[in-house]
Design a protein around this ligand. Structure first.
Ligand SMILES: Cc1cc2nc3c(=O)[nH]c(=O)nc-3n(C[C@H](O)[C@H](O)[C@H](O)COP(=O)(O)OP(=O)(O)OC[C@H]3O[C@@H](n4cnc5c(N)ncnc54)[C@H](O)[C@@H]3O)c2cc1C
Ligand code: SF4
Length: 340
């Protein structure tokens, strides 16, 4: 690890007192950033330590939204969401991620901004456009079993690893940010991430000095929510593919539908084309695979990850069938079917 200086931030207003954000990083739980610093993949000169920022460790509830502080741990958020019918998708996603120890440490802001698990990104002996722009992409012709099939470019095919971000995408959450000038903005999670294009090292629309303060999740009136994650082991493994689904019906017609995919996209994937295809249609089994075909028409495998295309299609169709079936049988059902 290279030497670096530390600034401690205990209040958001303290941002304006920090001299420079050139080559700086915010440090939250550190479960991703510290690993990257040890491998010298990230070499910040200044680290802004958020661990003493207590006001960001709270969850507020209003009539129409939940406001999750950036420093709320994944464990606390999962426990809170578990008790709320309209956040059950979020608790399922969080509880499927990492391990208890990691979730105790990992934060809401840090989870959204964690970096890809592409093996070549972590191996500094390999070319990687995301780590070193212009150096090439070892994954393209390499072992790319965990890589993305949607939103890729010829410069990068890394998948986004977060489970929580997939749930936040389906729930249409918005991040609230603040910069040192005191300017604040709300960014839908669906617009937070950038496709790799020819600049895969630029992953979000955030400025280097822009701090995530909280995440707002709108309340949903009713419906069934499912997060299903397919992985190599039943715990302590990133998603090969995952599906976040919230659905409600009106007289047998799909009324409100939210769908997002994990493990298959270069960013948490909002399956908008599938949603648009399904919304307003009478719910029947054959619709679900058709909806997935629409969404996946642009999907491209790179060899070892070709299997993800039929896998996400079958997983999403299964989840839709299960969620719609629950709503048909119990029209006023609200909350989770906990996937097993
Ligand atoms: C072995 C292992 C298994 C894992 N398995 C899973 C899994 O199955 N599913 C899953 O989703 N995740 C998994 N993770 C990833 C884990 O969830 C992330 O490491 C964690 O969520 C990151 O949160 P953090 O608070 O530790 O972030 P940090 O490591 O502190 O920061 C991560 C990034 O976010 C930035 N950042 C942090 N907070 C803010 C803020 N408020 N504003 C702006 N920028 C900020 C940092 O600068 C850094 O770039 C796993 C990790 C490990 C090590
Ligand atoms: S897929 Fe992206 S992160 Fe992985 S080696 Fe290629 S450029 Fe780097």
């Amino acid at each position: 690890m290279r030497p670096f200086s530390i600034n401690r931030l205990t209040d958001v207003n303290h941002l304006s007192t920090i001299d420079s954000f050139d080559n700086s990083r915010f440090l939250a739980g550190g479960t991703n950033l510290v690993d990257l610093m040890k491998h010298q993949i990230e070499t910040p000169e200044t680290v802004v330590d958020l661990s003493g920022w207590e006001s960001a460790n709270t969850i507020e509830e209003t009539d129409d939204a939940y406001q999750i502080g950036a420093m709320v741990s994944n464990t606390d958020l999962a426990n809170f969401a578990y008790r709320k019918d309209d956040l059950s998708l979020l608790s399922q996603a969080l509880l499927s991620g990492a391990t208890v120890q990691l979730r105790n440490r990992a934060t809401t802001g840090g989870n959204l901004l964690q970096r890809t698990r592409c093996y070549y990104f972590y191996d500094t002996n390999q070319p990687c456009n995301k780590r070193k722009p212009g150096s090439g992409c070892a994954a393209m012709d390499g072992f790319n079993r965990i890589h993305a099939v949607l939103g890729t470019s010829e410069h990068c095919i890394a998948s986004h690893p977060s489970d929580m971000a997939v749930a936040m995408t389906a729930l249409d959450a918005k991040v609230k940010t603040m910069n040192p000038a005191g300017n604040s903005r709300h960014i839908p999670v669906r617009e937070l991430y950038r496709l790799p294009g020819d600049t895969p090292h630029i992953e979000t629309v955030l400025g280097g000095d822009e701090l995530i303060v909280s995440v707002d999740i709108p309340k949903r009136p009713r419906g069934t929510q499912i997060y299903r994650k397919v992985r190599d082991r039943s715990s302590y493994a990133f998603a090969l593919v995952s599906v976040a689904c919230a659905v409600s019906l009106k007289d047998g017609v799909i009324d409100d539908i939210s769908l997002a995919f994990g493990g298959v996209g270069t960013m948490p994937w909002h399956a908008k084309s599938a949603e648009d295809f399904l919304r307003g249609k009478t719910a029947t089994s054959h619709l679900y695979e058709q909806a997935c075909d629409v969404e996946l028409s642009a999907a491209r495998g790179a060899g070892s990850n070709d299997f993800k295309i039929p896998l996400i299609k079958r997983t999403a169709a299964f989840v839709l069938e299960q969620a719609v079936g629950q709503q048909m049988a119990h029209p006023y059902h609200q909350g989770a079917i906990h996937a097993r």
